[in-house]
Every structure is written in C-alpha cells, then in structure tokens.
Design a protein around this ligand. Sequence first.
Ligand code: NAD
Length: 470
Amino acid sequence: MDMLIGGKHISSDDLEDVINPYNGEVIDTIPIAHLQTANLAIGEANNAKESLVEMSAFKVSNKLFNVVEKLKDNREDFAEQLTLEIGKPINESLVEVDRSIETLKLAAEEAKRIYGESVPLDAGLNGKGFFAFTQRLPLGVVAAITPFNYPLNLTIHKIAPAIACKNTVIVKPPTEAPLTVMKFCELLNEEFPDGVVNTITGYGSEVGDYLVCSPDIDKVSFTGSVTTGLMISQKAGMKKVTLELGGNDPMIVLKDADIDKAVKGVINGAFLNAGQVCMGVKRIIVEDEIADEFAEKLVGETEKLVMGNPLDVKTTLGTLISEKAAIHVEQTVNNAVQKGAEILTGGVREGAFYQATVIDNVTPDMDLVVRETFGPVAPIIRVNGVEEAIEIANDTDYGLQAGVFTNDYSLAMKCAQEIEAGTVFVNKQSTFRTDNMPFGGFKNSGVGKEGIKYAVDDMTRMKLIGLNLR
Ligand code: NAD
C-alpha cells in the first residue's frame, strides 16, 4: 500500500513486507520512505494549513461525522485487516474498530466546542478599562507517531482531535502494522483537502526522528515505548510534545476483595491482545491470606482461554506481534523461574504464540515485573497488608494506571490517593479506558493527556486579545 502525501499516492524504491504473525504470510508491502519524502510530507502538510483554517467548525465537524459513517460501513473490513497484521482475535479487533468510531464521533462533536473565554483584566493591577478574551488557535502541523498494538484507535486519538481544532497531520504508523491506519487515512482524504492528512511509512529512527527534529512540525504526539519517548523528548526542541508511553500497571487484591471479580479483571487485564496493552495488568499484588484461593481460581479461568487462528471467532488468545516478541517473553518468564518463581499454568511458546501464563511467588526485583513485559503473563506477588501492597505498587519507574480490589472504601481511598498513577480504578482492573476520559501516565509513563477534549487542549495555543476601551 502506498503512502498518501498531499493527496497523492507515493511509493519508494525500498519496500518492506507486512507479515501476518499467525502464519508468516506476506499481507502487503509498504514503502520505506527516506528524508526527501519526509520533507515532501512536511511541505504538503504546511501548504494545506490554510485550507483547514478557512473551513468553518460546522463543516469540519460534518466532515468528521461523514468519516464516522464510512468507518461504520467498513467495520468488518477494518477489523479483519487489524487481525491480519497484528494477530489480534477478530472479536477484539471489532471492539477496536467500534471504539475508533466512538473516538472519531467525540472529535466530530468537539470540533464545535473550541471555545475561548473572556478575561477580567480589571482583576489585576491597572487592568481597568479593557475588554479581553482568549482564542484557541491551531498549532499548525501535528506529527502523529504511533505503536503496533492498537494502531487504529490510538492513531485516531491523535488525528481526529488534531483536525477537529484545524491542524494538518502527518501520520507515521508502526512499521509492523501500518495498513489499517493507512486505509483509514484514505477515508479522511476523501473528505478533507489534499495535504490535511498525510501518511509516511519507514523506520522510526529515520523518518520518525526527522519529523521530531523538524522546525516545520509544530507538535509531536507520540504513543509508544519509554525508550523512544525519552529520545523524542530530548530531540523535539521548541515544539509541543505529548508522550503516551509504556506501563507496568499494578492490580492490588486485598483480603476482603471479591475474588471472582478480581480474577475476571486479570483475565481481561493480563491476556487481552495477548498482553500487549500499555495499561495491561502487569503486576498482581495479592494479600497472602487469599493468595492460594486467588491463584487456584485464576488458573482455572486462564485455562479456559482458546489459543488459535485469530480470524476464528472462538479464539480468545491470538499471537504476539512477532516470533521475536514471543521469544523475548519466553526468556523473561524463564529467567523469573530460575530465580524462584513458579509457573502455575502456561509457560510454553509456539512460534509467535505464547500460552496464557500464571506465575506465582514473583518477587519485585525480577525483570519480569521491573520492566514492562509485553505478553500474556499474570505474575503474582504475595504481600502482607495494604502498606506493603502500596509500597510495591509504587516501586516502579512507570505510573500509567492501577486497579485496587477491596470492599473497604477507606482502604480503597487510601490506595487511590497513595498510588502514583494517572488513573486508579477501584474494583476494576487498570485495563479500562473510555475514549473521552483524560488518559495519560505519571512518571516514565508519559507527559500530557489524551481523551479528545484533553488532546484538543494540547493541540491548540491560546491567544489573548485585549481591547483598551479607555
Ligand atoms: P516503539 O516505541 O518501538 O514504536 C512506536 C512508534 O515510534 C513506531 O511508529 C516507531 O516506528 C516509532 N519510532 C521508533 N523509533 C523512533 C525514533 N527514534 N523517533 C521517532 N519515532 C520512532 O513502540 P511499540 O513497540 O510500537 O509499542 C509498544 C509500546 O507502546 C509499549 O511500551 C506500550 O506500553 C506503549 N503503548 C503506550 C500506550 C499509551 O497510551 N500510554 C498505548 C499503547 C502502547
């Protein structure tokens, strides 16, 4: 599939295969762009700024709603494309497309709410006699750089608010899974003037880096790993940056919790998308008194998962993004076992599949829970009491989301207030998000918030206009 730049389809002399991780078949090829093409995209996106600024908010909103309808009409095709390039079970891909439709709708609504406010300058010294108000203006060109695991919805979380507040966009999709996003950008291009949305494929370290460093890009909106995020924050210079990075989310299960509910939370939280979720449950911190019962029930539910062809509706556990990624998870689990952890179920890799794995007696110093493990693994860390649970929950460089299971509301509030994370849910796993909520982590999990309204705030600049009436 070709790139879309300034409304034209552009290829490259260098091509790369996009591989279906389930069967190793080539689904399509993409161009590997170099700096000259990145420059072309930057030029086209800048040239198109005026066409969008001149469009009324009414029209922008209606056009986004038109794209909503187009995506709805192609729901099944988009879901199948996602499953082919990521190995995600088809039912999960359908959920991603449904969420993408909702995200886009939220942006279409938000396009009509880009408000300023009047500011009483007379509340400050010598400010009497003015009429002053603010306006929220577009930044210009937004570079959207996105990861493989939820390629469609996470990219729409950037493109849609950017256009809603009249920025043009250059999308750099993940090299492993670029096709669904590229297809979606074609739908946008049918509605908006050429150059409003552009795609560029290639290596992050080359074209991604070039966009980040370019003075003709006004904002970088990045979702991906902490390593890349840190590099971007050091190179971006004087432009706005939003970083939605990795997570190592804890789930605390206290002794009075509804154990069945917590187990259900882990099944969704640790195994959704084969554990490749930024806000996945990555550390299960359980009070010792209930840990045996919890582990037994978790093993029972885990063994009900069905690993198989991701296009089969009965499949509940698909592949990882590649065999290389699965080997990495296998090695990390094996390393924990060598240090004393015990696999209760799973622990076997077959190509790009890794079985849903429950691993007990994990200690906080094991690599499995020190770093973000991006695979279907549920590590249990046993603790004595809420204080130790909170201490371990916070003993990480990450702080995306967290979940606490208890029926004692004072303990719930204690955890909610003391856990260092962008979101803390009570009686719900961290792996939950609605597309309108402010989403974004503390510590190394990121800078800035998404969730359409919050993304729009970060994709506009505020101007104050003051009329001296004296
Ligand atoms: P990644 O950092 O390897 O790649 C993300 C994107 O950055 C890709 O498009 C890649 O090509 C590009 N890139 C790579 N090097 C670059 C560079 N030097 N300059 C500019 N761009 C560059 O991440 P990934 O493996 O695709 O995704 C998995 C990670 O993303 C996990 O850590 C996961 O937790 C995180 N993630 C976070 C969120 C969130 O909202 N917080 C959501 C999903 C995934």
